[in-house]
Design a protein. Structure first.
Length: 730
């Protein structure tokens, strides 16, 4: 409280006993002469009273006494100066006149009347001049000696102006300190030796999602948990030994996670220098670290892509780098199968080998279509996707396996080149992780880099393959030219040989045709001539005609016509179509001209719908049967029609001598004719000698050839008779 300057009294003042005195009159050193010079003090009691009056009057604190009605009965000099009124004007005036809040004073007066104890009330005084003064009234009941023992309330008035200003300054300093503590990015705590929080700043409380009052006074282990306390225990031991401790690490908190913190511990000492705890200055560097990790991952991936010779070398290293740097438990790589239009897992990397066997197995077994699962979702949107907890995601088919092996957080990003989707990279953590938009943006860029790498490598591989293919084709072309040159010479020689063979065949066929005409038709015609001449002679000589002779002539003519018909069919049969193929072949094997027994076997599964194919099969079978009769020296020839796994098959098998002395059957004219007919149908011809002996000629007609022939016939739009006629001409 501010001390008021003691006033200098220049006029006479009245004492409480009514006497007057000079305020500047000096006493003797022993005080006796001053007592003798006073007018009334005659006894020691009066002297004592006078001393009390002086103490009261010159006290550094303002004193007033008021009665039950609140009228001022006494006031010292400090009170007159505080209230701004002389004593004679104060005496008898209600004290309420100098009070700013009348209700407070009346309540104070009421408490004085009803209590025998000291009553204190803080209120504002209203001096006659000047501003209001905050003051504290301390009233105690006394008995007045000048008013016949009347009850008064002696009140000390303490000026609180200085205290209020000090309190206001203190509050301002506290507010400033609180603002500094709360607005600074640093988090501050004060902890005791018994590992309890004594103080935490607002920033620290905000990090934990609580109010500071909820944390102060609680054990550290209750807020951080056992794992978090275990992390910082070595640093606590160091600071409690009186040393400074500084560290940077991830510290786990219950319900918050594990932010990366940079902490500085300073010992907290008492007045004797004993360590009673520590102060902690803490900075959350999680975002800084994430930025560092993101930059490190970006640089590492760029380096890997620059160094890797192929995608198969780059992918495992990228997965490992991302998992180890950003603390992900597992990473996998999904590629697109264009034909199946699904994603298939190509590569998996895990931090601890063998810790996630079921999840790895399901990843290798599963495929994902567009929009299905996390990879399919990324494929569909062409954007990175983040799932805080995959075990609770509705579009995650592997959720049960992930939950059984403790996987929760996951994210994936697409790999594409110029909006052309290529693959997906996927990562998982054992923690529930909230989405990190900066990380997703970074991986969107990384996905584009990997896509460019994949396209570049594909282009390089394609270029290398083209180069190798060109070299191969040059070598093959050179070799083919040599082979073609050799084949050309052989073909020239073969054609020269074939010319002679064709002439020989023509001669033989003419000879056979002449023989058949001579032995068959000519004999019948000769017999007809003889019979006709005989009938003519009878008719001339006897004018008689024998009906029997006429019938014999008719029979001979019919036989000649049948022989001519059979001969023409043998030369070229044009009535063979798909429905009549089996009958034509049966007619072929039943001919009496064959020297070797022939039979036909047709499996029920055999079926031909194309007339041209049926005609070509018939001609191949006929050529094979003719060759077997001429050259095989066989006892039996079997013509078989059946269906194999790949299509329809014609076999002509004999039990003759087979290939003699390594003779190559592909040199003859008959083989070339049959092979040409097989190629016209889209099939292939094979001639082989089975182990049991003989020769087998096989014509294989695949299903694709049959289907293509069917489409050609359907698209040709030609009438059936015209198509059959064209087939016969081929």
């Amino acid at each position: 409280m501010k001390r008021l300057k003691r006033p200098v009294r220049k006029e006479k003042r009245s004492t409480r006993s009514g006497a007057t005195r000079h305020p500047n009159r000096l006493r003797d050193r022993d005080g006796n002469s001053s007592i003798r010079r006073r007018r009334h003090p005659k006894t020691e009691l009066e002297a004592a009273i006078q001393r009390f009056v002086d103490l009261y009057d010159f006290a550094p604190i303002a004193y007033v006494s008021f009665d039950r009605a609140g009228r001022i009965e006494e006031a010292n000099l400090v009170a007159t100066e505080l209230l701004g009124e002389p004593r004679d004007r104060l005496i008898g005036r209600p004290f309420a006149f100098y009070v700013g809040d009348l209700d407070l004073f009346l309540r104070h007066l009421l408490y004085c009347r009803t209590s025998q104890q000291q009553v204190e009330t803080e209120l504002e005084l209203k001096p006659r001049k000047g501003v209001r003064i905050p003051a504290l009234l301390c009233s105690r009941p006394i008995t007045s000696t000048t008013r016949n023992g009347a009850l008064l309330y002696q009140t000390a008035i303490m000026d609180l102006s200085e205290r209020k200003r000090a309190e206001e300054a203190l509050r301002a300093k506290e507010a400033e300190l609180e603002a500094v503590i709360n607005r600074t990015p640093f988090m501050l705590t004060r902890c005791s030796r018994d590992l309890r929080y004594r103080f935490v700043s607002q920033a620290y409380a905000d990090m934990l999602g609580r109010a500071p009052d909820e944390i102060a006074g609680k054990p550290i282990v209750e807020i951080m948990g056992e794992e978090g306390l275990k992390t910082i225990s070595p640093h606590i031991e160091k600071v409690l030994k009186g040393q400074h401790a500084e560290y940077e690490t991830e510290v786990s908190f219950r319900g918050v996670g594990a932010p990366c913190l940079r902490c500085v511990y300073t010992p907290d000492r008492d007045s004797n220098g004993n360590v009673i705890g520590w102060f902690a200055s803490i900075v959350d560097v999680t975002e800084w670290k994430r930025a560092e990790y993101r930059l490190a991952v970006n640089l590492a991936v760029t380096k890997i892509l620059a160094e890797s010779p192929a995608l198969s070398d780059a992918v495992p290293r990228i997965l490992q780098t991302i998992c180890e740097t950003l603390r992900w438990e597992l990473g996998d790589f999904w590629t697109l199968e264009p034909k199946a239009k699904v994603l298939r897992c190509l590569e998996i990397w895990e931090c601890r080998a063998g810790s996630l066997p079921k999840f790895k197995a399901i990843c290798r077994e599963r495929t994902f279509a567009l929009g299905i699962g996390l990879p399919g979702r990324v494929w569909s949107s062409l954007k990175p996707a983040w799932v805080p907890d995959v075990t609770k995601d509705n579009n995650f088919p592997r959720a049960s396996i992930a939950a059984s092996e403790g996987l929760h957080g996951g994210f994936a990003f697409p790999i594409f080149f110029r909006k052309h989707f290529l693959a997906v990279m996927e990562f998982f953590s054992r923690e529930i992780r909230e989405p990190d938009e900066e990380l997703l943006r970074m991986f969107a860029s990384i996905g584009s880099q990997i896509g460019q790498f994949m396209e570049r490598k594909r282009a390089e591989e394609a270029l290398q393959q083209s180069k190798e293919l060109l070299e191969v084709r040059v070598r093959e072309g050179t070799r083919e030219l040599r082979v073609a040159n050799t084949e050309l010479r052989n073909e020239i020689e073969r054609r020269k040989g074939l010319e002679g063979e064709i002439l020989a065949v023509s001669d033989r066929e003419q000879q056979r045709l002449g023989q058949e005409l001579h032995d068959g038709v000519c004999q019948h015609l000769t017999a007809v001539a003889f019979m006709a001449r005989s009938v003519a002679l009878r008719l001339k000589n006897h004018r008689v005609i024998d009906v029997t002779d006429i019938e014999k002539i008719a029979q001979l003519v019919n036989d000649a016509a049948g022989d001519m018909r059979n001969l023409s069919r043998a030369l070229h049969r044009s009535d063979v179509d798909a429905p009549r193929l089996t009958g034509a072949l049966q007619d072929l094997v039943d001919r009496e001209v064959w020297r070797v027994s022939c039979r036909l076997e047709v499996k029920p599964s055999f079926q031909i719908e194309d007339d041209m194919v049926a005609a070509q099969l018939y001609r191949i079978a006929r050529e094979a049967v003719i060759n077997a009769n001429k050259h095989s020296h066989a006892r039996e020839i079997v013509v078989r029609l059946e269906r194999s796994r790949g299509g329809m098959v014609l076999h002509v098998t004999d039990d003759g001598v087979g290939f003699l002395n390594g003779t190559e059957p592909r040199q003859g004219l008959g083989f070339h004719i049959m092979n040409y007919r097989a190629q016209v149908m889209g099939g292939r011809l094979e001639i082989e000698s089975p182990k049991r002996g003989g020769t087998r000629v096989s014509c294989y007609l695949p299903n694709k050839a049959l289907q293509s022939r069917k489409k050609e016939n359907a698209g040709s739009g030609l009438p059936g008779k015209i198509a059959n006629a064209l087939a016969a001409l081929i």
